[in-house]
Design a binder for this molecule. Structure first.
Ligand code: TRP
Length: 333
């Protein structure tokens, strides 16, 4: 039986933090290890371009995403791993799909609508700050997904609508030209906890409360010391499930360590002590990947080599389908 294609992308718009790791990267790496799927993971760099228009920043963030995946153990032999902009077929298909996409579908996309709503509230031109890349973002994402006949698209909740739009666009194309694209399904990991940030709210770049993954040990320790705790004094029992420290601890510790830590909470571990333990377990997990990340970032030609091999594999999959599409639309005599 043919393995199901599981495809996901990360756009380079900020430094990868432990919330990204726990919610997106960790489950995707686990999926890639199961052998049940054909994993296709990529760096959505041209999606990032809709937000990041500083040359150095764009370049650094793009390599950063690639190095992060590799440092955390992505095996490029098993995963088709590439940079979106190395696969020109995606952009050609994107245009063809744009012509099968009703404009109203884009008007209803959450990310675009949120900006328009905000502009309207502040009384400025509703389209201020909206470039056409941002407006048509869901079409490019549909192209990413449909060009590889993806079955499953692991995403965060905020991306569900985009996968639904990809299905709509596939349906629209299929109705006009005959069955061509598979209808993808999103996969949202309901079991992953919402990872709290330094201030206790959801860890998010937009709240400025993140713990970046590959900070030096000293900085990591410092950041952990800044995680907000309540005023329960040492010696008093604490509820692990209400503690940011414990929620993060759980993601990096083994089950034995987790059970022991749970007991320590019941026995009233002090917050200072809990922070120390969190640092130890996180740092021992991150030490090797951090080293690997820094090595890769210092040798971007090694990243390029891996990504260009990945792009070759991706194009070998993409080219035949794009040809089929071009025949269907009447591009050839
Ligand atoms: N839009 C996604 C995000 O912001 C990134 C992305 C681009 C993506 N293309 C994709 C995710 C295709 C899954 C499939 O997180």
């Amino acid at each position: 039986m043919l393995k199901k294609v599981v495809l996901t992308g990360i756009k380079p718009t900020g430094r990868v933090h432990i919330g990204n790791y726990i919610a997106a990267i960790k489950p995707a790496l686990q999926l890639a290890q199961t052998q049940d799927y054909n994993p296709v993971y990529f760096i959505a760099d041209y999606h990032g371009l809709t937000f990041i228009q500083n040359k150095e920043e764009f370049n650094h963030l793009s390599y950063g995403i690639a190095a992060t995946w590799l440092a955390l153990g992505l095996d490029p032999d098993r995963v088709t791993f590439y940079r979106q902009s190395d696969v020109p077929e995606i952009f050609e298909l994107s245009w063809i799909l744009a012509c099968a996409t009703p404009k109203g579908l884009m008007n209803r996309a959450h990310a675009y609508k949120a900006i328009v709503d905000k502009n309207e509230q502040t009384g400025v031109d509703p389209d201020i700050g909206v470039n056409m890349g941002l407006y048509t973002y869901p079409i490019l994402m549909a192209s990413d997904i449909l060009l590889f006949q993806s079955d499953i698209v692991p995403v965060g909740k905020d991306q569900i609508q985009h996968v639904e739009i990809a299905r709509d666009i596939a349906g629209s194309f299929n109705r006009t030209y005959g069955s061509t694209f598979k209808l993808p399904e999103y996969k949202v990991d309901e079991h992953t906890a919402v990872i709290p940030g330094l201030d206790g709210r959801k860890m998010s770049k937009s709240y400025n409360n993140t713990i970046p993954l590959f900070e030096p040990a000293e900085t990591l320790k410092n950041l952990i010391n800044h995680i907000k705790t309540d005023s329960t004094p040492p010696g008093e029992p604490k509820s692990p499930s209400d503690s940011s420290l414990f929620l993060i601890y759980k993601e990096f510790a083994n089950s034995d360590q987790i059970n022991k830590m749970r007991e320590k909470y019941q026995h009233g571990i002090g917050w200072g002590e809990a922070k120390k333990e969190l640092f130890l377990v996180m740092n021992s997990f991150l030490e090797e990947p951090r080293k690997k990340y820094n090595e890769l970032m210092a040798a971007p030609e090694r990243i390029d080599e891996i990504l260009s091999k990945g792009a070759e594999r991706a194009r070998a999959l993409a080219i035949p389908l794009l040809e089929e599409v071009k025949i269907k639309i009447g591009r050839y005599r």
